[in-house]
Design a protein around this ligand. Structure first.
Ligand code: DGT
Length: 205
């Protein structure tokens, strides 16, 4: 059984490969600004579904007979009731860090899985509380100047240059990076797909 990652995220791909699964990658092309929802969890769920469905539709029309599972994800940091994706520019990244330093937010990642060719789906959200260090203005400016905060939801990474600025988390680490492996395993099992059948053959690079 093949896994198809409906995402351009290098972090999601690296997380899956680190767990021994090399998915096919097909970027959804979904316009994330086109979707709205009442709550942050509802929004990440809707966006994950839109990404997975866009790719599943293309895969079915290209070769409807292939047995594969499509996974779409979307991550947002919830802070003060707002869903924060990637900052639009350095000014916004600095403003965000000045608001979140010394505080906590919740990183929600929506997961939507579609089993082809039948189209059976499962969807779920994983949420991880993230505690941020109390950076001073100079540290914020220096971190934003690396450019990393502009590339990631919430303007921080837990596993990259932002590592020193995350003092702790409650919940799944990989969920913060962009895809929850235990949740994905459970969703796949619910669709009758065993995680071990997705793993790369022993000895593959
Ligand atoms: N390495 C790393 N990446 C993170 C972290 N937090 C968020 N990200 C990345 C993962 C995703 O690439 C991105 C979240 O944005 P999206 O969910 O919209 O995904 P993205 O636009 O990257 O790709 P996609 O829309 O799925 O094609 O931020 C982190 O702690 N570490």
């Amino acid at each position: 059984m093949r896994l198809v990652l409906a995402s351009a995220s290098p972090a999601r791909l690296a997380t899956l490969r680190g767990a021994g699964v090399t998915p096919a990658v097909e970027v959804s092309g979904v316009d994330e600004d086109a979707l709205h929802a009442e709550t942050v969890p509802a929004l990440v769920s809707a966006l994950a579904r839109a990404k997975a469905e866009a790719v599943a539709r293309r895969r079915l029309s290209a070769d409807g007979a292939v047995e594969e599972v499509v996974i779409g994800c979307d991550s947002l940091l919830e802070l003060d009731g707002q869903g924060l994706g990637k900052p639009v520019d350095a000014v916004e990244a600095v403003r965000r860090w000045r608001a979140m330093r010394g505080r906590s937010g919740v990183l929600h990642t929506g997961h939507h899985v579609i089993r082809l060719p039948g189209g059976a789906t499962r969807t779920a959200i994983a949420s991880t509380t993230v505690h941020f260090a109390d950076l001073d203005d100079a540290e914020i400016e220096a971190y934003v100047a690396t450019g990393e905060p502009l590339l990631v939801a919430g303007a921080f990474t837990v596993d990259g240059l932002g590592g020193p600025y995350v003092t702790g988390i409650e919940g799944d680490h990989h969920n913060v990076v962009g895809i929850s492996l235990p949740l994905l395993r459970a969703l796949l099992a619910d669709l009758g797909v065993s995680w071990t059948t997705l793993r790369d053959p022993a000895g593959s690079d």
